[in-house]
Design a protein around this ligand. Structure first.
Ligand code: HEC
Length: 228
């Protein structure tokens, strides 16, 4: 089951700037770089860096649904037999579901031709190195600070007690603590889970492990609060 959240994006500000200029070609790559921020929620331009969507490094000339390191393509995109060029990218960005029904990209599309042309110009122009700046700038979890490095994880009743490398132990309601894995190069080192998103209210907190089998190994069921 794939969790898909509809994302509705307003390009009102951009539209106001270029209201009547709807050119299909000659896009402005620097404006495209700005527009790419919307895509960057799900796509990196760094080679091999897959997020919710596949890396778009070298997307020009690539056959749709064929990046080997991306394991989550829809069957629809894989069998679409599309090659990405100006024409196909323009159609995809205008209305992804119209071009490939049943694809997994939860993005409504860009109605404005100028915005699509600018983005496409950016893809053509973007050298792979610069491209990394278009990625989300996700932190490398191997370099997490001591207050984020989990050293012990105790469970008692409806609570977790998370001890970090700075020596503090913080309680969380078990429903508020989510466990994740990140097997990418930016994920944590094996055996060194990382606490993310800790806030005063303790909601939306994650512990990220390198591999799924580490999770239950790490949790110790124990109710003596004097021994965290
Ligand atoms: C909410 C997340 C999300 C957003 C936002 C998003 N994409 Fe995607 N994109 C995906 C997913 C997931 C796929 C894979 C779709 C499939 O397999 O059906 C995809 C696929 C693609 C592909 C095909 C890549 C390939 O390897 O065949 C292109 C091109 C693309 N997106 C461009 C964009 C651009 C440009 C934007 C910004 C205007 C954008 N996407 C915004 C999630 C997103």
């Amino acid at each position: 089951m794939i969790f898909r959240k509809a994302i509705w994006i307003s390009f009102a500000a951009a539209s106001a700037l270029s209201a009547s200029v709807a050119r299909a070609d000659g896009g402005d790559a620097s404006r495209g770089a700005q527009l790419f921020r919307v895509c960057a929620a799900c796509h990196s331009l760094a080679p091999g860096r897959n997020l919710t969507g596949p890396s778009l490094a070298g997307v020009f000339g690539r056959k749709a649904g064929t990046l080997e390191s991306f394991l989550r393509y829809s069957p629809a995109l894989k069998r679409s037999n599309i090659t990405w060029d100006e024409g196909t990218l323009d159609a995809w960005l205008r209305d992804p579901q119209a071009l490939v029904r049943g694809n997994y990209m939860s993005f409504r599309g860009l109605p404005e031709a100028k915005s699509r042309a600018d983005l496409i110009a950016y893809f053509r122009a973007a050298p792979q190195g610069v491209a990394a700046s278009g990625s989300r700038g996700l932190p490398d979890l191997k370099t997490a600070p001591p207050d984020a490095r989990v050293t012990a994880l105790r469970h008692c009743g409806d609570s977790y007690f998370v001890t970090t490398a700075d020596g503090t132990t913080t309680p969380f309601w078990d429903f508020n603590l989510r466990f994740k894995t990140d097997a990418s190069p930016l994920g944590p080192a094996p055996g060194s889970p990382v606490l993310l998103g800790a806030g005063m209210r303790g909601d939306r907190v994650h512990i990220v492990f390198a591999r799924p089998e580490e999770i239950s190994d790490y949790i110790r069921e124990h109710c003596d609060s004097r021994k965290p």
